[in-house]
Design a protein around this ligand. Structure first.
Ligand code: SF4
Length: 342
């Protein structure tokens, strides 16, 4: 039996029961793929369900405003995914007459949709024979076929894509893509692949050569840089001042208190903001290329010089309506923060 038939037989018995698995609606598959692009299934599932409930079709999503969409995405990270979804939904309504794309070539024109998502949607919904390659698939194929080229190098990606194109089932391309993904996330996992219970145990190159722990090879990642964000909570009349983060940096479109970015850790920032009284809270966030050290300071004095036009006062009871980062949400829920208000 060849690779594809073996894999599909395994999938028929072991397929994960996920809410979008019985759907061939391109909108639903698109949303699922975007939500789970950088997110584990267990973490993303409540977000996927809530998103589909709130925006059941492309028209409903296109009618939403950015704040509503970001609010539903809050805590999931990589917020450009949500903004791209909204942008593309509007594009579908305005430019495609409300009809979702119906092929790989049309799908990939949507903002935020790369070859992987386009191939998933096209294979699952339209039966197109296009192999979808993500990190899970790279790992399984690199191990099974013994690819010793870095899978994130141009050459390595080409080799893996070529192998996936050769292996894909001509009759069940959508199931093949999903099966390979399930195999990668459930059996051929990054740190401890379950080779003894794997259907490929007798034919896998890495298993035969004891190289499961080495493959897939990867080129070194780009350097992660440290950033130091000092947030100043200006407490006025049982509320706080927030602004929407501008384009061109992380967390675009989310709301935040006044931000002072410094070069390194500061024991105090009173030379930068005159009425800062004390530090309330701190947090750390690691993104793909940045390590963010967040500190929240309280400003209670009367000085009001920094509040420009882009800041708006929000009463403490209304804070939950605004899309914010996970750290700021945690701050708003903390006892330290609540104790600042009556
Ligand atoms: S035998 Fe092991 S390394 Fe090979 S595909 Fe299966 S789980 Fe992965």
């Amino acid at each position: 039996m060849n690779f594809s038939s073996k894999l599909l037989n395994w999938y028929d018995v072991n397929k994960r029961d996920l809410p979008w698995r019985n759907s061939d609606n391109p909108y639903v598959i698109w949303i699922a793929e975007v939500v789970f692009q950088q997110t584990r299934i267990s973490q993303g599932l409540p977000y996927f369900n809530a998103f589909i409930k709130k925006f059941p079709d492309v028209g409903a999503l296109a009618d939403a405003n950015e704040d509503e969409v970001l609010k539903k995405w809050q805590g999931l990270g990589y917020y450009s995914r949500a903004r791209n979804l909204l942008f593309s939904a509007k594009y579908v309504m305005n430019e495609l007459g409300g009809k979702m794309p119906a092929s790989y070539q049309e799908m990939i024109k949507l903002k935020g949709v790369g070859p992987y998502i386009a191939a998933e949607v096209a294979s699952v919904c339209f039966g197109e024979v296009v192999a979808a390659v993500d990190g899970n698939v790279q790992r399984v194929l690199a191990r099974y076929f013994g690819v010793e080229e870095a899978v994130n190098s141009t050459k390595g990606m080409k080799i893996i894509q070529g192998l996936a194109n050769e292996a894909i089932s001509q009759f069940r391309p959508g199931d093949f893509n999903q099966a390979l993904m399930d195999m990668g996330s459930g059996v051929c996992t990054p740190k401890s692949p379950d080779c003894l219970n794997c259907i490929f145990v007798n034919s896998c190159w890495a298993k035969q050569h004891d190289k499961q722990g080495v493959l897939p090879l990867k080129e070194k990642k780009v350097k992660v840089r440290n950033r130091y964000f000092n947030y100043v909570l200006k407490i006025v009349n049982n509320g706080v001042y927030l602004r929407k983060r501008p384009a061109g940096d992380v967390w675009q479109g989310l709301f935040e208190p006044r931000l002072i970015e410094t070069i390194g850790v500061r024991s105090e920032i009173t030379d930068l903001v005159v009425d800062v009284s004390y530090e309330l809270y701190s947090a750390k966030r690691v993104l793909s290329h940045q390590r963010l050290f967040l500190r929240f300071w309280v400003a209670t004095g009367d000085t009001f010089d920094y509040v420009g036009n882009d800041y708006e006062w929000v009463g403490v009871k209304d804070l939950k309506k605004f899309p914010v980062t996970k750290s700021i949400e945690q701050l708003f829920l903390s006892m330290e923060f609540k104790s600042l208000f009556k």
